[in-house]
Design a protein. Sequence first.
Length: 194
Amino acid sequence: MKKVGLYFGTFNPIHIGHLVIANHMVEFSDLEEVWFVITPQSPFKVKQSLLADHHRYQMVQEAVAEYPKLKASTIEFDLPQPNYTIDTLVYLQEKFGEQYSFSLLMGEDNLKNFHKWKNYEAILEGHHLYVYPRISGGVTPSEFKNHKKIHKVDAPVMEISSTFIRKNHKAGKNIRPLLPEAVWKYLDEMNFYR
């Protein structure tokens, strides 16, 4: 059974920080693949800055094209809204449970609020969490400190944000080094975030 890490996000746009983390996970943990699960645009929250689902999917596809262990996933595009991680996991388990075992990738900042997630106990019961370091305030709840299903991975600290990229691209700054080359080309050709 193949061990897959699920990396959830809007990836608006995907940047080198996302790639560094995902690649680190498949090279330096027991995960064999990482799937970028692109969060669809919520029909309830139309955010001007959020590109259409297919454009964000296309950019993730471009970013991972040369990394055979990294995949783009549209699995949440067809699930009911709003998307809760537990529902996506249940769906994936039913659909692919024989072939794959699924774990979650999350930043340390998310772990601090994990107890507020819908059915977080059920998530931990059925899945492992692979946590990468983030510079953030707050305290990790003690129940997660030495949990047998929570694995801290000593990945590089990547403090690049998609928000920073969008804002500064719009302001005319050169943000090209923060993006995989193919993503930069797509974004530039489509004139996104201007």
